[in-house]
Design a protein around this ligand. Sequence first.
Ligand SMILES: [Zn+2]
Length: 478
Amino acid sequence: MQGYNLRRYYDKQPDITKEKMEVNKSIFRENDIRGTYPEQLNEFTIGEIGKAIAIKCKKENIDSISVGRDGRLSGESLLDAFCESLVNSGINVTNIGMVTSPMLYFEAKINDTKSGIIITGSHNPKNHNGLKMVINDKPVSGIEVLSLIEDIKDEIVKKGTLQTKDIKEEYLNEVTESVSISNPSNYKVVIDSGNGAAGCIAPELFKRVGCEVIELFSEVDGNFPNHHPDPSKLENLQDLIESVLNNNADLGLAFDGDGDRVGLITNTGENIFPDKYMMMLSESILSKESGAIVFDVKCSNHLDELIVRNNGMPVMAPTGHFHIKKTIKENNALLGGEMSGHIFFNDKWYGFDDGPYSGARIIEALSEYPDGKSISDIMNTYPKSFSTPELNIDVTDENKFQIIKDFIDQNNLEGEENTIDGLRVNYVNGWGLIRASNTSPKLVLRFEGNSIEDMHYIQNEFLSELARISPDIVINLT
Ligand SMILES: [Zn+2]
């Protein structure tokens, strides 16, 4: 059990006084709160956020909340300050210590008030931190918290209580009840936690479901000394690929810093994009029950087609946590997923994104093939297409949405247009997407074709239209 150490943060940082500080508004985002520590998000700021959360809780008649943190260096001190603020604002706090985001979401599903907040910098650089929040079983937007900060009155209220709780066993028990892998000892899996918070749970989870586990970088270390915990970037998967090949493993799994995303490497060392492994997950789920499957606008048309072929209902959603969770609820979907690797199981799990759980479900789906097919063989059965990874063009937060609006209004692209998030154009031989990033000053693009020529053709069409419509942009794809 993690001890709680109530430290006075002003004592630790005598040069910081309340008078000198004010809350930096740029950290409050649509999906969450994110900023650099200590410049933008520090013990003072998180204290003010705690007071705002207490206002939100009181509005919703909620008197208690669970909190946790990922493995970042600033996590413990921020969590102490956050607990102190919540308790002083009259909220009863359960501190579940260092956990993955999914473990906190799990706690917020099983506790009485269905409320929890994790202090996490996710996959961002090591000096970043932030908050992901669920109150009354609903995600809370950073923008809403900012509006509540303006209502803070600083009145003296009866203090709440503080207790600690270790949820590891309860979480592992439910995961092992939910996942059923036939012949699990047949599967040798390499687990790369990237020194992120997943290290505290993922190796144990895969041992409990019965697999043979080879661990990489399980020690939680906020300096991320081996590689950055972001499996969407190929450069962060090199150690995993090497280990899978050297150990003749059946697959490799990598998680991001707070364990809510998963990356997959096949037995032959190939990195599989999430929209492709979602095909295997969709087939597995739809073979047992029919229903909707949600995916974001960055996903392949082949996923849509496969869901239809398996008598499911494909639902495309805008990119972002908020939108995917909302669309899953609206359609009572069985599964949701994003190209970034956030996968939400809602068939026999709680509908939140959970990297290690998703990895275990990938092995479960693999084990359903009676002839012991390898994951590489299975991936090769899906339609071959040629796609770019997510491509970015640097712009500014101020002009990114206007650029997209101009593109939608003025483009001469010939194809079927979809504008749920930026512009996606479907052609007979592929598709293209251009949208504004929710989280950074960038345009996000992705292209797919049935042949490499088709893919390049669609990409060239989009880029020449972008150059014509917004000639001031420097088109440098990264
Ligand atoms: Zn994450």
